[in-house]
Design a protein around this ligand. Structure first.
Ligand SMILES: Cc1ncc(COP(=O)(O)O)c(C=O)c1O
Length: 380
């Protein structure tokens, strides 16, 4: 029998969260006639193995998305091979000339963020349908993208490639550095995109989860808007600190991490638990030893008191998280024994964000760090 640990993935929750984001934007759209003719398309971001949830699970859960966004070409090919026939956007574009035939064959949309990519396209042969591109602009993140001042120049080159049947539709995109904060820098980024978006036939993509939720009107800046939510689709928050102005949208947890009790220890006052003896009992206690550790992706930095749910009753972690086990106070839960179930995060337990906060981490890290050795079970 495998170790008693399991991550269940709810495709129903994925679909629900996707609908929540769409309806948030629709509400704003319906509030003004000025937005009546704006189209909003949703790109579900499924990079990094769908934030740890499994690429193929994500195809099912986000079946109602208009497109998928990811980084790895191999994941894009996997999606095509498994029946995803709507657009796929490669968020960092392609990395090598040898990628271009795959873009053509699988009709993948690629970000273009660097002259090198334009040069590689210029050397490509036109085969089949031309490649749709999104030109990425650096509006303050200073990671990927052209400076706004280069928009006309890059566009001229891409128009030439359009004539040669290499490039198809051309849109523009940016990625905000501070959409999770109330910040003037976000307005400044959007102002830069507003200056150039008309050049791109108004196909625009600016909003991640934080921007879609905090600034839904930004999702309506162009005629054809492609929003790119990621984290909120998995039921975790993009907002760590500044929560001002965030709507009351409730997302469902998609990943639920559970493990079973391997052993129960009764300890006396003054006894310590685990590596480093970081916790010492001030009274007689019962401790459950649970089959989940940092090698499963549970954060070792989880503090004393990090919440867990044991047999439906709230409890806390005590002692250090070790590689394969962690320890939980069950003094107040007398019926717990070997095989009892512990919810570490997700449905019926603490939220992944609560655990992340208690460990000085973010929900993104916890879900992406779920270890390969943890079996994933899909719940439809
Ligand atoms: C270019 C791009 N767009 C969208 C997203 C989705 O962001 P989030 O998960 O914060 O919604 C990411 C993720 O980092 C990204 O890199």
């Amino acid at each position: 029998m495998p170790r008693p640990i399991l991550a269940t993935i709810s495709t129903e929750a994925m679909a629900y969260n996707l609908a929540q984001v769409k309806s948030r934007i629709q509400q704003v759209q319906q509030s003004s006639l000025a937005y009546a003719h704006r189209q909003v398309m949703t790109i579900a971001v499924i990079k990094a193995n769908a934030y740890g949830h499994g690429t193929l699970n994500a195809i099912k859960g986000f079946a109602q998305a208009d497109a998928l966004g990811m980084i790895d070409l191999a994941d894009a090919v996997l999606c095509r091979e498994n029946g995803w026939d709507k657009p796929i956007l490669l968020l960092e574009g392609f990395f090598d000339a040898s990628d271009i035939p795959l873009l053509q064959h699988h009709q993948l949309t690629t970000a273009i963020h660097h002259d090198e990519q334009v040069a590689l396209l210029s050397e490509a042969k036109a085969v089949g349908k031309p490649i749709d591109v999104m030109v990425k602009f650096n509006t303050g993140m200073n990671r990927l993208g052209f400076h706004i001042s280069r928009a006309s120049h890059v566009l001229d080159q891409l128009h030439q490639l359009q004539k040669n049947n290499i490039v198809g539709r051309i849109g523009c995109m940016t990625h905000f550095a501070n959409a999770d904060l109330c910040h003037d820098a976000v307005d400044e980024s959007l102002a830069q995109m507003n200056r150039i978006k008309d050049l791109f036939g108004d196909r625009v993509s600016v909003c991640n989860s934080a921007a879609s939720l905090r600034y839904p009107e930004f999702a309506l800046v162009g005629t054809e808007n492609w929003i790119r939510p990621g984290i909120c689709l998995y039921g975790s928050t993009p907002f760590q600190t500044d929560k001002e102005g965030i709507p009351d949208v409730v997302f469902k947890p998609v990943m639920t991490l559970t493990a079973r009790v391997l052993a129960v220890q009764s300890i006396q006052k003054g006894a310590s638990i685990g590596y480093g003896s970081t916790f010492t009992a001030t009274e007689a206690m019962r401790i459950a030893v649970v089959a989940c550790g940092y090698a499963d992706g549970y954060p070792r930095s989880a503090k004393l008191g990090t919440p867990v749910m044991v047999d439906g009753i709230a409890s806390r972690i005590i002692g250090r998280v070790s590689m394969d086990m962690l320890t939980v106070d069950i003094t107040h839960i007398p019926n717990v024994g070997v095989h009892s179930q512990v919810v570490l995060w997700g449905e019926g337990g603490p939220s992944i964000d609560q655990v992340a906060e208690s460990a000085g981490r973010i929900g993104y890290e916890l879900m992406c760090n779920l270890a390969k050795r943890v079996p994933l079970q899909i719940v439809e």
